[in-house]
Design a binder for this molecule. Structure first.
Ligand SMILES: *[C@@H]1O[C@H](CO)[C@@H](O)[C@H](O)[C@H]1NC(C)=O
Length: 239
């Protein structure tokens, strides 16, 4: 009798656990509406466009070729086999016929283009000359994460690498929001560096992530105990 009760209790717990995870993953959700218009696939974007930033003039800066060390092993294998390159693309909403344009990247000593794996992106606009500062989260496996700072040259469609910002407080970072030059918020979304452990982290919603702030010289932890925080955005007053 007791055995049976325990068994039923365990079974109920398992069903409850699986049910809540299925609900969390949103298998039951369907979205039919897209605003403001129809969606169009742009084939030349390649795989791994995780983020983009649209300037006030309608120019979208898009990352392509995302991979990070805790991604599924089969995904990393696919990346390697197909020799997928990390790229930054632009798309002008005011001139959609032009399609995607890949930016040339002029690296510096601290940026190895062969290891460039761009993730989140944030643009600090230069409204006068269009020479925006572009900040990109990079996962240069097996090196630790870094934020790459570039200056955009609108005449040559070139990104000139200015510097890399890194710290051991960055675990697996995801997105960043730049308010002023060299000052940004950035999310730490995976605590573990291993695919299996990050699945556990996600399934149990372990609050091991957080948000960091970089003030130009160092990082401070502004929020802790978040489960896989992903995107980050700034209010207009930058607070
Ligand atoms: C920036 O952050 C670092 C690390 O927390 C700190 O040591 C430094 O005093 C801060 N600088 C300013 C100008 O706030």
């Amino acid at each position: 009798m007791l055995k049976k009760a325990i068994l039923i209790g365990l079974l109920a717990a398992v069903v409850y656990f699986v049910g809540t995870k299925v609900k969390m993953l949103g298998f039951h959700l369907h979205y039919y509406k897209h605003h403001p218009g129809t969606c169009r696939v742009i084939e030349t974007a390649g795989p791994g466009s995780e983020d983009f930033h649209v300037t006030s003039a309608g120019l979208a800066f898009i990352t392509s070729g995302l991979a990070f060390s805790s991604a599924p092993p089969s995904f990393l294998e696919f990346h390697k086999k197909n020799n997928i390159k990390g790229r930054i693309l632009i798309y002008n909403f005011k001139n959609p016929k032009k399609g995607l344009v890949e930016l040339k990247i002029k690296p510096s000593e601290t940026l190895d283009l062969a290891k460039f794996k761009p993730h989140g992106i944030s643009v600090l606009e230069d409204k006068a000359k269009g020479e925006h500062l572009v900040y990109v989260v990079n996962h240069p496996i097996p090196e630790p994460d870094a934020v790459e700072k570039f200056r955009f040259n609108p005449k040559t469609n070139e990104l000139v690498h200015l510097k890399s910002i890194t710290s051991n407080v960055m675990t697996t970072t995801n997105d960043l929001a730049v308010g002023e030059e060299d000052k940004f918020y950035i999310t730490n979304f995976n605590y573990f560096n291993n695919y299996f452990l990050t699945v556990v982290e996600g399934l149990f919603q372990l609050p091991l992530g957080g948000v960091l702030y970089y003030n130009g010289t160092g990082f401070t932890q502004v929020t802790r105990r978040l489960a896989k925080p992903n995107g980050v955005f700034l209010s207009k007053d930058l607070r």
